[in-house]
Design a protein around this ligand. Structure first.
Ligand code: SAH
Ligand code: DHB
Ligand code: MG
Length: 225
């Protein structure tokens, strides 16, 4: 089995299980046109995030790493009337593309894209004492992964989920020579999740058009602090 097979199957998942979606296609095209890196979640991964949010009955969603808003559209579409989403993004030009894509998706009023370093955004959210999040999706820079995780768990309600993208990295995570900085960052995140009494976690390995990678899924057991 190879990348070509994984990509073909990923396309089949999207074409079989969902109707073609002009809004999502337009968001990808606009992001690409604006020169953003093509690293958004795949359609199948976006659908998974959407279904997780719906199965949690999510009214409040946190994202770390907006890029062009592709995953944000999938997630925000799971929200009921009156639901809200906050998405944190470092790069103002990414945020601008995302806001335009979200507006075109009719979600502009539901998603608050905040520009700045996510660590600062998470600190601000903790100080705001708003309602706890039902779902947090972490998909930004890897070195801060453990810090984002630590804070996201604190902002998420009991019974909520914290999902982290890109935690397997083509299997590099299991290479214990410690030579790959990204692999070391992933391992630190896994260890943080395994040692954190507030959560019960697993890692789902994935293949698809984005290669071989994985999601960490952590169920929050304790209440938001
Ligand atoms: N979730 C998006 C993809 C995110 S790509 C999707 O699937 O559609 C990662 C994003 O994290 C990039 O836009 C990058 O600019 C942003 N990022 C990197 N470092 C960051 C930081 N310190 N704080 C906030 N965002 C950051
Ligand atoms: C990269 C980042 C991601 O979030 C992703 O899903 C895939 C690749 C990257 O920085 O290369
Ligand atoms: Mg990612």
């Amino acid at each position: 089995m190879s990348q070509a097979t994984w990509t073909a199957v990923d396309r089949l998942i999207a074409s079989t299980l969902d109707q073609p979606d002009e809004v999502l296609l337009a968001a990808r095209a606009a992001s690409s046109e604006a020169g953003l890196p093509e690293i958004a979640v795949s359609p199948a991964q976006g659908k998974l995030l959407h279904l997780l949010a719906r199965s949690l009955g999510a009214r409040s969603i946190l994202e770390v790493g907006t890029l062009g808003g592709y995953s944000a559209i999938w997630l925000a579409r799971a929200l009921p009337e009156g639901g809200r989403m906050v998405s944190l993004e470092l790069d103002p030009s990414h945020a601008e593309v995302a806001r335009a894509n979200l507006a075109r998706a009719g979600l502009g009023d539901r998603v608050d894209v905040r520009v700045g370093p996510a660590l600062e955004g998470l600190t601000a959210l903790a100080a705001e004492a708003g309602p706890a999040f039902d779902l947090a999706f972490i998909d930004a820079d890897r070195p801060h992964g453990p810090a984002y995780f630590e804070r996201a768990v604190g902002l998420t309600r009991r019974g909520g989920l914290v999902v982290v993208d890109n935690v397997v990295r083509g299997g590099l995570v299991a290479d214990d020579t410690g030579d790959d900085p990204g692999a070391r960052d992933s391992r630190r995140l896994w260890e943080a999740a395994g040692a954190d009494p507030r959560v019960s976690a697993t890692v789902v390995q994935t293949v698809g058009m984005k290669g071989y990678d994985g999601f960490l899924l952590a169920l929050v057991l304790g209440s938001a602090s």
